[in-house]
Design a protein around this ligand. Structure first.
Ligand SMILES: *[C@@H]1O[C@H](CO)[C@@H](O)[C@H](O)[C@H]1NC(C)=O
Ligand SMILES: *[C@@H]1O[C@H](CO)[C@@H](O)[C@H](O)[C@H]1NC(C)=O
Ligand SMILES: *[C@@H]1O[C@H](CO)[C@@H](O)[C@H](O)[C@H]1NC(C)=O
Ligand SMILES: *[C@@H]1O[C@H](CO)[C@@H](O)[C@H](O)[C@H]1NC(C)=O
Ligand SMILES: *[C@@H]1O[C@H](CO)[C@@H](O)[C@H](O)[C@H]1NC(C)=O
Ligand SMILES: *[C@@H]1O[C@H](CO)[C@@H](O)[C@H](O)[C@H]1NC(C)=O
Ligand SMILES: *[C@@H]1O[C@H](CO)[C@@H](O)[C@H](O)[C@H]1NC(C)=O
Ligand SMILES: [Ca+2]
Length: 558
């Protein structure tokens, strides 16, 4: 047990935001503490290091992958609660990062798609994000690496070295450069609490923008002629025959080579995470900093990034709290969402969410996520199984289905996707419980769109080539059913964790479908989703409908 752990997180000393009475109470409590030196230090500071990787998945030992070598993430997992059912709220870079930093889903914060270039999506001007909220409470904020959100007024950082100020290759992939910048941030002023966000660009693909460095920029800085060196990186290479091919990727030589390249880039990310932890330790902040590691969206493989299937939504999530060392290395199977990260950081820093409205709505913006700190006390010993497995027999499930009330009591996370690139309009909404996934494809009459980056990837080219040439394609879908989706997709995850059989039209699932649709609709309504009434009706919420919103029918047959 750490000397400064009081057992109740509400009583963690933090003079800056406490009333005089609370401070007096806590001072009294502290007098009974034996190790005064540590306590005094902790009183001064309560910090956050949030590390967000780019398109990384579960390729690490803590999530059952023993082929991809990630010793530093493994180390971090040993001092974290490992959330084995963590989900992004949208599987697209800028929208996801905006949701992480605001606690609001993409349709509520306005970041409907990518921020860069001609996509140019931005959050609404009056949205409040973590860096702005905590800065107002005296916390120093820093961002090193990929930002990919805007406008600056919504996402202000005191210290920022991003793709907007220098090359993303340097601030996002050169781990030596990242380490130098993080050290600079930690050295600048270590008397104020800080919120430091490190946005690794690894292991994002780069075949589309920098093919000279390989499909995943796995050669950048590896010391070979023309590649430069990254002094802190020791590349790890893999035999394509050895990689773990996930169920949603075709098992072909092209896909295996793609995965092997991804693994090599993951070694740079992993070593970067190790460097960040070493910097935190040498700055003396290992014991007063909440460390969060996650990735923004699913891996850039079929059914992954830009999809709301689990390969697109499932994320690694390690939360390391020095206040919760008893649960270090334990797993938590609660459903965690990226929408929980803003409430988690706010609780840790003891800053409350501001009371304000977005786009002239009469109701204040509310966070639909939850703080994860209370769950750090309820970890389970590692069961070694990251997949949902509730051990419900078919018979039990029959009973379960009849009692919709039980389903209602199941926890849920939500997802909302509108675009990725500006041309890729494909709005989807989803609710996921431990037992079910329901996806609403609003634009289901159109083929699912493919982004420029993924299009050129070997794994997708292989699917196109094999489909065109009618060659065997050992994949769990066909190109046609990947493109054309039903309006409602319901998956029974106990029997079908790979989401292969849509049961939305099956009679015995109609109660579940109705229940999940109602909950999804209520969440969309609560988060002011402009897509609330699609595709069969039009939302009216102003003028004479200002006080009672309505979905007015289009008679379009949908
Ligand atoms: C953090 O706290 C633990 C437990 O009290 C202690 O063993 C360790 O030395 C501390 N580390 C630092 C860097 O202060
Ligand atoms: C460090 O932070 C304190 C508190 O906000 C401030 O008064 C001081 O000027 C800062 N020092 C530096 C070197 O930035
Ligand atoms: C990475 O950054 C270090 C420190 O700035 C620099 O010396 C090195 O050349 C960079 N490597 C690449 C590949 O750009
Ligand atoms: C973590 O797991 C261990 C067993 O490995 C268990 O004894 C302990 O109670 C768990 N801690 C928490 C906080 O759940
Ligand atoms: C938020 O602000 C509004 C408008 O000023 C006020 O009516 C409401 O009571 C406030 N809510 C809270 C929880 O403070
Ligand atoms: C796909 O086919 C094109 C055109 O024949 C070829 O250039 C490319 O190498 C193939 N790619 C894969 C991954 O099979
Ligand atoms: C929809 O949201 C509005 C505004 O927050 C709320 O007043 C209303 O009760 C909600 N309707 C439903 C059915 O949840
Ligand atoms: Ca991404």
């Amino acid at each position: 047990m750490l000397p400064y752990r009081f057992g109740n997180s509400r009583f963690i000393p933090h003079n800056r935001y406490k009333t005089h009475l609370e401070v007096t109470m806590m001072t009294t409590m502290m007098k009974v503490m034996v190790t005064m030196v540590m306590v005094t230090r902790m009183v001064m500071s309560r910090n956050v290091l949030m590390m967000v990787s780019d398109d990384a998945g579960l390729e690490m030992k803590a999530y059952g992958n023993t082929v991809c070598k990630t010793p530093h993430l493994d180390e971090l997992a040993k001092r974290s609660t490992v959330f084995t059912r963590a989900f992004t709220s949208v599987s697209s870079c800028s929208p996801s990062r905006s949701a992480i930093l605001t606690g609001l889903p993409t349709h509520q914060n306005g970041m409907y798609g990518l921020h860069q270039g001609y996509h140019h999506f931005n959050s609404f001007d009056d949205v409040r994000s973590l860096p702005g909220i905590v800065a107002a409470a005296g916390v120093r904020t820093g961002l090193v690496g990929k930002k990919h959100v805007g406008p600056d007024s919504v996402y202000p950082f005191d210290f920022a070295h991003t793709e907007e100020t220098e090359s993303i290759m340097q601030v996002g992939r050169n781990i030596t450069r990242i380490r130098q910048l993080v050290r600079q941030f930690l050295d600048t002023n270590n008397t104020r609490p800080f919120f430091l966000y490190v946005g690794f660009h690894d292991p994002h693909r780069c075949g589309h923008t920098h093919p000279e460095y390989g499909q995943f920029c796995e050669k950048f800085g590896n010391g070979e002629p023309g590649m430069g060196t990254i002094p802190d990186w020791h590349p790890v290479t893999y035999d394509p025959a050895q990689v773990v091919v996930p169920y949603f990727v075709q098992d072909t030589p092209a896909a295996r080579e793609d995965l092997a390249a991804q693994y090599t880039t993951l070694s740079r990310l992993d070593q970067g995470v190790g460097l960040m932890m070493a910097e935190l330790a040498s700055a003396g902040h290992l014991n007063d900093t909440l460390v969060v590691y996650t990735s923004d969206n699913g891996i850039p493989f079929p059914a992954g990034r830009t999809n709301l299937y689990d390969p697109g939504l499932v994320e690694p999530l390690l939360v390391s709290s020095p206040q919760h060392s008893a649960s270090w290395g334990n797993t938590s199977t609660i459903l965690a969402s990226h929408l929980d990260l803003t409430p988690t950081v706010l609780e840790w820093l003891q800053v409350s969410y501001p009371n304000y409205t977005i786009i002239n709505k009469r109701q204040p913006a509310v966070l639909t996520g939850k703080s994860l700190l209370p769950y750090l006390d309820h970890g389970q010993p590692d069961a070694g199984d990251p997949k949902p497995s509730l051990d419900v027999s078919k018979q039990e499930l029959g009973v379960w289905l009849q009692d919709v009330g039980i389903i209602r009591s199941e926890p849920a996370v939500y997802a909302s996707h509108d675009l990725h690139e500006v041309t890729m309009y494909y709005p989807m909404r989803a609710i996921r419980t431990p037992s079910y996934k329901l996806i609403h494809n609003l634009n289901y009459k159109m083929p699912f769109p493919i982004d420029q980056d993924f299009y050129l990837s070997p794994v997708f080219q292989d699917i196109l080539n094999r489909t065109r040439a009618s060659l065997p394609l050992p994949w769990y879908k066909t190109l046609r059913n990947y493109y054309y989706r039903d309006e409602w997709e319901l998956y029974d995850l106990h029997f079908d964790p790979d989401e292969k059989f849509n049961v939305a039209h099956k009679g015995r699932y109609q109660d579940v479908l109705g229940e999940l649709r109602a909950r999804l609709w209520a969440w969309q309504n609560q988060t002011y989703d402009p897509w609330l009434c699609g595709p069969g009706a039009v939302l009216q919420d102003s003028g004479s409908y200002a006080t009672h919103h309505a979905c007015l029918p289009l008679y379009n047959g949908l």
